[in-house]
Write a protein that binds this ligand. Structure first.
Ligand code: NAP
Length: 278
């Protein structure tokens, strides 16, 4: 029989698992918030290989001090095989990034990426809007999930493999066009880069932003570098921008509250961002 979780959420530990894992910024983010809130719990990085995933969950399930975990590459899809998928995420986002244990000891998978992506733009009225998204991988799936819920009308989905983009539009029941990366941008209220293009060590993302209206917002999920060429070009045109740290911190904040039962102290974001870009 599984052991019940210990009564206080403010002790014990949560962790992030991946392979590799040493690059993860999650311990710095959660550790910063635990310290700010004076919570006597820990957040660690754990190196878990694909072969070790089943054993990891079996052991943690029995550990009363374990509050849950975040999941990064390459386990975001495979982890679904080890948890209850109560939000039917396999059929939508297709991946989980957080696992919790409920009061009966069951492991529950959830995904905080879509909420983390949406939080910085929640003030935008996207109902009926036309948007453009670049990429058709895991990050794009979380973005499309959030945009569908926000009621967008048209999505131009630009991707190296347009066929994959077309499949995603259908999967999410979204109207729009699947386009190659060199297609001209359509006018769009929001442009999101959900591809690795523009990231350090990756090819650039040469886009002509002229078709975007003056009140468009440009959102780059890439956070290394923080000021991508895409964001620099958008700022030169005086377009509003959101950088990748916003989503990174946002998805972590949702998970933090689930793990430790207290909202993350978001008033300290400026200090946290300084730590993360060091
Ligand atoms: P992914 O699954 O590896 O992304 C694959 C997508 O990128 C596909 O659309 C792929 O095109 C395209 N792509 C990859 N390499 C390419 C290349 N050399 N040229 C053209 N297209 C290429 O990664 P992901 O998990 O979706 O993440 C995408 C980006 O978002 C990463 O930079 C990641 O760091 C960032 N991200 C940020 C956050 C955050 O919190 N800020 C969260 C998640 C992800 P094909 O379909 O043609 O293969």
């Amino acid at each position: 029989m599984s052991q019940p979780p210990s009564t206080s959420l403010k002790t014990g530990y949560a962790e992030v698992i991946g392979d590799p894992i040493s690059h993860s910024k999650s311990p710095a983010i959660h550790g910063f918030w635990l310290e700010k809130l004076d919570i006597d719990a820990d957040y660690r990085a754990a190196h878990v290989t694909p072969d070790g995933l089943a054993d990891y969950f079996a052991r943690r399930k029995r550990d009363p001090d374990w509050r849950g975990c975040n999941i990064t590459i390459p386990h975001k899809e495979a982890a679904l095989d080890h948890v209850e998928d109560r939000g039917e995420l396999r059929a939508s986002i297709g991946a989980i990034n957080t696992v919790l244990r409920d009061e009966d000891g069951a492991l529950i998978g959830t995904n905080t990426d879509a909420a983390g992506f949406y939080a910085p733009i929640s003030g935008m009225d996207l109902e009926g809007a036309s948007v453009a998204v670049i990429g058709a991988g895991g990050a794009a799936r979380a973005v499309l999930f959030a945009l569908k819920r926000a009621g967008v009308a048209q999505v131009a989905l630009l991707n190296r493999t347009p066929l994959k983009a077309a499949g995603l539009l259908t999967a999410f029941g979204l109207q729009g066009q699947a386009l190659p990366l060199d297609a001209p941008l359509p006018p769009a209220a929001l442009l999101v880069n959900a591809s690795p293009l523009g990231m350090s060590g990756q090819p650039p993302l040469p886009l002509d932003l002229d078709p975007l209206p003056a009140d468009a917002l440009v959102y780059d999920l890439v956070y290394a570098p923080l000021e991508t060429d895409l964001l620099a070009t958008a700022r030169k045109r005086n377009l509003a921008t959101v950088d990748g740290l916003e989503m990174l911190i946002g998805q972590a904040a949702v998970a933090f509250e689930l793990f430790f039962g207290e909202p993350a102290p978001r008033d300290d974001d400026a200090e946290l961002r300084e730590i993360l870009i060091r």
